[in-house]
Design a binder for this molecule. Sequence first.
Ligand code: CAA
Length: 296
Amino acid sequence: MKKVAVIGSGTMGNGIAHIFAQHGFVVSLIDISEEALGKGLSAISRNLDRMVTKGTLSEMQKEETLKNITTLTSMEEGVREADLVVEAATENEALKLKIFSQLSDLAKPSAILASNTSSISITKIASVTNRPDKVIGMHFMNPVPVMKLVEIIRGYSTSDAVTTTIEDLSRLLGKVPTSCQDYPGFVANRILMPMINEAIYALYEGVAGVEEIDTIMKLGMAHPMGPLQLADFIGLDVCLSILRVLHDGFGNPKYAPCPLLVNMVQAGHKGAKSGQGFYAWGHGTKDLIVADRFKK
Ligand code: CAA
């Protein structure tokens, strides 16, 4: 496997393109606009610079990594020769189904089609393609260059051979592949999202403030980020949509999203990417500043 196409140049897509290119793969990074591609490429370059500064990558390796990436706005051209396509578009079911039905015609018959979805059914995505045995979930964690896990999701029809290929490939990228079956939220988000939702409920019910909840979980459980900071980092809209997938998929009220989360998303307070969430973002300091709304 040499050629990889990555669809979507946002945070996850550019991270995925980065690690494949760093490990010598020829990468086509595809998005709908030159502007989005430009932003994606700048993020890759910045993250490579971090590694050069840390001494974990040489300047030459950085240049080679960048040379391995071609950006394109045409999906047809970008996926034609790919051995593997990794889709990392917006977390929207209708959009993903449209992309996979197009990939079914555009990618060569032997190509494996992977999705980085955090919660949408791989079996459903596979059902719109002509090769459900070659469709698989390859769920990277943010930030992709740092996080070791790749959650591998086997759809109902994913073959053993394809699963093994993707597990081996993830190891080649320096990651630890861990496989699971295709049920709502898979494993990572089935466990993470109820914790985040419970933290939001604790805030909503006035059990404690933002800082207290995050400090208790950071220092008490040795989590690198508290659940509210992590929710802001992931995106509150993404957390809400994953909770809805869990709620709908299991029909169990324990997954019902906290009304405060619903309100925040409706108000456009989506976390770090929107500048406001449980914290205020974009103030150019590493210190966490609680959003005005939640200040005591
Ligand atoms: N690219 C490359 N390197 C990066 C990076 C990036 N985008 N972001 C951070 N780093 C590196 C830094 O250079 C630094 O490297 P060294 O350890 O060699 O010094 C290291 O990562 C730590 O970074 P910082 O010192 O800047 O900051 P930090 O210590 O606060 O760590 C963090 C940042 C790695 C993000 C850490 O806070 C963390 O692990 N947070 C939790 C992340 C997490 O849980 N991710 C999963 C989210 S869920 C998900 O992705 C899936 C889903 O479906 C919702």
